[in-house]
Design a protein around this ligand. Sequence first.
Ligand code: THU
Length: 129
Amino acid sequence: MNNQARLLDLARAAATRAYAPYSKFRVGAAVLSSAGNFYSGCNVENISFPVGSCAEENALAAMVCGGDTGIAEILVYAEGKTLISPCGACRQRIAEFATKKTLIHLADVTGIRKTLTINELLPHSFAEF
Ligand code: THU
């Protein structure tokens, strides 16, 4: 199985485990780190709505906890009519660990439908200070 098929599998599986009783919108994210390890995460909602977390956020937290700080590829998956794209906060989170070469895949039930770079997803981002 190639890397993208594995990312899709992991993100799909993560989405099935999403805790989304309020929005009913299940999201899965999977990361292939620059070190060659795979991680995944799902969205976890809360009855206090702003406390909920995104799938990308949790996949990146798993990556950092696993000891990796670079993203080679990340895939975001949700079932639905419109293709999901990371929220603004998650774009910034991805930017923290991305390089110019990082591939950001957007996927739905039919598979990967779009692949972007961080520069396309978050141009003119806040970086150095
Ligand atoms: N969500 C994600 O997990 N990732 C995104 O990129 C956008 C939105 C989640 C948050 C919430 O649990 C649900 O999707 C509906 O917004």
